[in-house]
Design a protein around this ligand. Structure first.
Ligand code: FAD
Length: 380
């Protein structure tokens, strides 16, 4: 794995130590996890327990209960995605759930959930999207009806990371009779509650995702329940540099696989790495990933410094990094020739996994629109 970042001025000693810990964790636990594509949710649960035992999930949870700053989140996601996108998804779901509980919850709710999320005693995730509400979350139809001090949630949530594996779901639902963003609130649903049903989604890669059916499932409202969409978009924004980091990690793995294969595979009497075309591809991929990594770290550094420019820097980083990762896996597969198409080879898996990076956590088209709006607004 590349040792990039050892002298990066955006990082502090604590971030370098974290990078080393994640790398050791990956070497020890994740190489085998990544090769096994059976029952992704069960494996995600196992990985969650390992991440918790190692103390790494505290990095996903904001202080004071955890130690998440934007740079730590980025470093952890980059390091995990290098070995296993599944592990990175467990970490980022924990982060998003924690972020929402921290920003929207009451003090009692923070104290109830965040220590358990930081230790890994509980795995969390968010259930926002629905079959008819993806990019446009104001179209969410899941209904929350009051039932004494509780609420009863009914509806279907789709593409939920860790569906069936999470102990707590942060769910977006609306009060009966409301429309659009008005009436939307966030709720906490216990994974083992009555009225919760799971339908796994079989995706292009072994991703731990599924549909969450809610039939009068008991829930508590997170905080006062106001301005839910704003809380969601702020939380996505807070984690966006980390999403860029995940793309850099996956892309770097593809680059390392390409270099390894280029040096080992011989054609026309020499290693593939000896051909200029191979060198061009390696240099191009390396440069694009380094550019993306610098942008991502700068964005995270801006976020930790409380800069107003952090949001747009993170948006730019996510665009550049996910595109760079897409090209990295494509070039790596091309260099592997037909071997790259064989089910179970590392580049074949990376090729399938990389596609999700441009769709989850809001598609990159939506990030583009948001970024452009910010730039245009400043110049109107
Ligand atoms: C691996 C993975 C994990 C996920 N995990 C979770 C999770 O844990 N919790 C959760 O709630 N959701 C999760 N999602 C769902 C994810 O957030 C949605 O897939 C995403 O927001 C896009 O919604 P959609 O797929 O319905 O696409 P749509 O909204 O239907 O969009 C389809 C296409 O149209 C484009 N488009 C839409 N509107 C516009 C516009 N105005 N202008 C230009 N282009 C537009 C989109 O960019 C996209 O390319 C996950 C998705 C994936 C792939």
């Amino acid at each position: 794995m590349s040792e990039s970042g050892t002298v990066d001025p955006h990082l502090q000693e604590v971030h370098r130590e974290l990078a080393a810990s994640v790398r050791q964790f990956g070497e020890r636990h994740l190489r085998a996890v990544a090769r096994d594509e059976k029952d992704p949710v069960a494996r995600a649960r196992e990985v969650g327990a390992l991440l918790g035992a190692e103390g790494l999930l505290a990095t996903a949870v904001p202080a004071p209960f955890g130690s998440a700053d934007a740079r730590s989140v980025l470093i952890a996601r980059e390091g995990l995605a290098y070995f296993s996108l599944l592990a990175e998804m467990v970490f980022s779901a924990q982060g998003l759930a924690s972020q929402l509980i921290e920003s929207a919850g009451t003090e009692i709710q923070r104290r109830r959930w965040l220590p358990s999320l930081a230790s890994g005693a509980v795995l969390g995730t968010v259930a926002l999207a629905e079959p008819d509400a993806g990019s446009d979350l104001s179209a969410v139809r899941c209904v929350a009806e009051e039932d004494g001090p509780l609420f009863r949630l009914s509806g279907v949530k789709s593409w939920v990371t860790l569906a069936g594996g999470a102990g707590v779901y942060v769910v977006l639902a609306r009060s009966p009779g409301t429309e659009k963003a008005d009436g939307l609130s966030l709720f906490l649903v216990d994974g083992g509650a009555d009225g919760v049903a799971i339908q796994p989604i079989e995706a292009i890669a072994a991703l731990p995702v599924g549909e969450l059916g809610l039939a009068g499932a008991p829930a508590v409202r997170l905080g006062s329940g106001t301005r839910a969409l704003r809380q969601v978009s702020r939380s996505f924004e807070a984690l966006r540099a980390g999403a860029a980091g995940a793309a850099c990690g996956l892309g770097t793995r593809a680059l390392d696989e390409a270099v390894r294969h280029g040096l080992a595979r011989r054609q026309f009497g020499r290693a593939l790495a000896g051909f200029q075309a191979t060198k061009m591809a390696i240099a191009g991929t390396y440069s694009e990933l380094e550019a993306a990594r610098s942008l991502a770290r700068h964005a995270a550094w801006l976020a930790d410094a409380g800069s107003e420019e952090a949001g747009r820097a993170a948006g730019a980083a996510r665009l550049v990094a996910t595109e760079a990762a897409g090209r990295a896996v494509d070039r790596a597969l091309q260099l592997h020739g037909a071997q790259g198409l064989v089910r179970g080879s590392t580049v074949e898996r990376l090729f399938r996994e990389a596609r999700a990076l441009r769709l989850r956590e809001g598609t990159i088209d939506m990030v583009r629109l948001e970024l452009a709006e910010t730039i245009l607004k400043e110049n109107r």
